[in-house]
Design a protein around this ligand. Structure first.
Ligand code: UT7
Length: 323
């Protein structure tokens, strides 16, 4: 008998305010056409004044708990992926724990920028496989609008705010690829590329800072590394792309999403795409896409899903799971 970390609930939350591409035309030398053509983004959500990352995460977590039909105290751990926590400390995860009214278990944040959810899911899976937790809430939540330089047209039109959450539960499996749950994971980072995507501030430099990105450079790494990590995760369990029902990629740029699918030999009919409506929500983009994909009726129980993401660090990785 093999323990598997199986998804028993999913949910998401998007802040009310929707900003269409055209709004940026008022303040920047940009256009709806450029943003759509270069990134596939049409609109994004921005958090309201005073609305924090943990606020978004609590809403997404409540939706996932409801979907799972369990209460917060039925969960043993919260793993929250974010690069935009409310405060330097405590972790946003402990704020979520309090916000959910959860009085037991443990909670912590994971920071791997846009790859954060893949890292969080891998860690949550490890907690379950090692017997430290039976149920884990895995959340990706971000307020990237707080670290945008509104005068930098090369970045500020690309990002958005939001949150998504999964509930994982330890269940018995057979050890074969027919099991539901996480089947394989693959994590990577290479700090030599830390200066192509970063925030130019932080606690030790006494500032918050703004996101800085060499878009073309990140793009170049993305297609190559995303296809490689997805294929590595599949190789580990002897699965071929023909057995994959859905790629649920990090939603940064439709051209990266298409390029990765092409490299993996999968048609776009097998890819969940939400980038047009959410923009790049960093660690929140994959759980948001999983939740929306389920709502749309795309993702169904038993489907094999490959999630893959890359972001600042560079950090990148993939998780294969059967829904
Ligand atoms: O989630 C973390 C990972 N991040 C990513 O995956 C992002 C990866 N990179 C990208 O998605 C793309 O590189 C971008 C969407 C950021 C940019 O697309 P690109 O095709 O690489 O364009 P570019 O940066 O080479 O810029 C082309 C031109 C430049 O003008 P010149 O130098 O050719 O005259 C830019 O100044 O487009 C200009 N430009 C803009 N024009 C209108 C840059 N931003 C804008 C803008 N509106 N918002």
């Amino acid at each position: 008998m093999n323990t598997r970390a199986v998804v028993i609930g999913v949910g998401h939350y998007l802040p009310e305010r929707v900003v269409e591409n055209a709004e940026f035309e008022k303040t920047l030398d940009t256009s709806d056409e450029w943003i759509r053509a270069r990134s596939g983004i049409e609109r994004r959500h921005f958090a309201a004044e005073g609305q924090t990352t943990s606020d978004l995460a609590i809403n997404a977590a409540n939706a996932a708990l409801e979907d799972a039909g369990i209460k917060a105290d039925d969960v043993d751990a919260i793993v929250l992926a974010t690069s935009t926590a409310d405060l330097t400390f405590p972790s946003a995860a402990t704020m979520v724990q309090a916000g959910l009214g959860m009085t037991r278990g443990f909670a912590f944040d994971i920071q791997a920028v846009c790859a954060g959810f893949v890292f969080a899911l891998t860690n949550a899976n490890a907690l379950i496989l090692s017997g430290q937790a039976k149920r884990v809430l895995v959340i990706g939540a971000e307020t990237f609008s707080r670290i945008m330089d509104w005068e930098d047209r090369g970045t500020c039109v690309l990002f958005g705010d939001g949150a998504g959450a999964l509930v994982l539960e330890a269940q018995d499996g057979t050890g074969s690829n027919e099991d539901r749950g996480v089947l394989s994971t693959d994590l990577n980072s290479d700090g030599r590329h830390r200066d192509i995507l970063y925030v130019d501030g932080g606690v030790s430099t006494h500032s918050t800072g703004y996101l800085r990105m060499q878009g073309k450079e990140v793009f170049r790494h993305a297609v190559e590394k995303l296809a490689a990590t997805a294929n590595a995760a599949l190789d580990k369990i002897g699965m071929g792309t023909e057995q994959v029902d859905w790629i649920v990629p990090h939603q940064a740029n439709i051209r990266i999403i298409k390029g990765t699918a092409k490299k993996m030999g999968l048609p776009m009919e097998n890819v969940v795409v939400t980038v047009q409506d959410h923009g790049n929500t960093s660690a929140a983009s994959i759980p948001l896409a999983l939740s929306v994909g389920k709502q749309r009726g795309q993702i169904r129980q038993g489907d094999v899903i490959v999630t893959e993401a890359i972001g600042g660090g560079l950090a990148w990785g993939a998780v294969v799971l059967r829904w």
